[in-house]
Design a protein around this ligand. Structure first.
Ligand code: ADP
Length: 263
């Protein structure tokens, strides 16, 4: 019998942290003055999962996304991405971590003086060092994906709000993020434009392995795309689980009240 001389594959310790979690909040507290916005918060997200944050206005959901973008710092606790601590953060470290994260906001914040294609190619050229041709090829693919392949030459002001938001989604994806943060991306849109944006996000959730963390008031959308739903109240997760449980059999009275008001 011959000996097994193959070398076992050594797992890449950076692929995920030992617990297989891509994002992890451990006992995170965030205060603004005397206002405790996140209170000893613990949760984690595994790679490729789609997690939706729901709950009343002011319960701290957006602050979580802002912490992940290192736009604000926690007062206590540890946040890790891929096993790397986010804070304390020097600027080089922050740049590296942020390369993995794309964010789409309520306001689209497109560059008004650039056409649609350039909005999508600017950062890949400047930050990732792609050639203009490579960035444009990928940019056109992404604009096709969001249904705007024929509007590459348009300026943002020539587009509807829904179309601008779809460009913003393509722009975020152009940076090849591992994590996509979505902060109430349809809240600023006229009602008839909401469905088109949500359909694009459903497609992305279905066809890519990007981890998504999503703050939304669109409960049907949350139900469709989520692996897990976290219900927030006053800076804490009061209930979490798969959407079928949270939406159909909520355990917590506050969850029932909240869903009763928004559904
Ligand atoms: P949500 O997304 O659930 O509506 P937020 O995370 O936006 O909640 O806000 C939670 C609380 O933190 C709110 O009371 C809000 O006023 C407060 N807050 C958020 N950002 C700041 C800030 N930069 N300075 C002071 N207070 C803030």
């Amino acid at each position: 019998m011959s000996a097994d001389i193959s070398t076992p594959e050594i797992p890449d310790p950076k692929a995920t942290d030992p617990a297989g979690e891509l994002i992890r909040f451990d006992n995170v507290t965030k205060r603004f003055g005397k206002n405790t916005v996140l209170d000893d918060l613990c949760f984690s997200v595994r790679p490729g999962k789609h997690v939706t944050l729901i709950g009343p206005s002011g319960s701290g959901k957006t602050t979580i996304l802002r912490l992940l973008m290192t736009l604000v710092k926690p007062d206590e606790g540890v946040i890790t991405i891929n096993g790397d601590r986010l804070f304390p953060a020097d600027s080089k470290h922050v740049r590296e971590v942020r390369k993995n994260i794309g964010m789409v906001f309520q306001q689209f914040n497109l560059f008004p003086n650039m056409n649609v294609l350039r909005n999508v190619t600017e950062a890949p050229v400047k930050v990732l060092g792609l050639s203009k041709d490579e960035a444009e090829e990928r940019g056109r693919e992404l604009l096709d994906l969001v249904g705007l392949g024929d509007r590459c030459g348009a300026k943002p002001t020539q587009l509807s709000g829904g179309q601008q938001q779809r460009v913003a989604i393509a722009r975020a994806l152009a940076m090849r993020p591992k994590i996509l943060l979505l902060d109430e991306v349809t809240s600023a849109l006229d009602p008839e434009l909401v469905a088109g944006v949500l359909d694009v996000l459903r497609d992305i959730a279905r066809t890519t392995d990007i981890t998504m963390l999503c703050v939304t008031h669109e409960m049907n959308f949350a139900r469709d795309i989520s692996d897990d739903v976290l219900m927030f109240d006053a800076g804490k997760v009061i209930e979490s689980g798969p959407p079928e449980k949270i939406f159909s059999e909520p355990e917590h009275e506050r969850t029932r009240e909240f869903l009763g008001a928004v559904l």
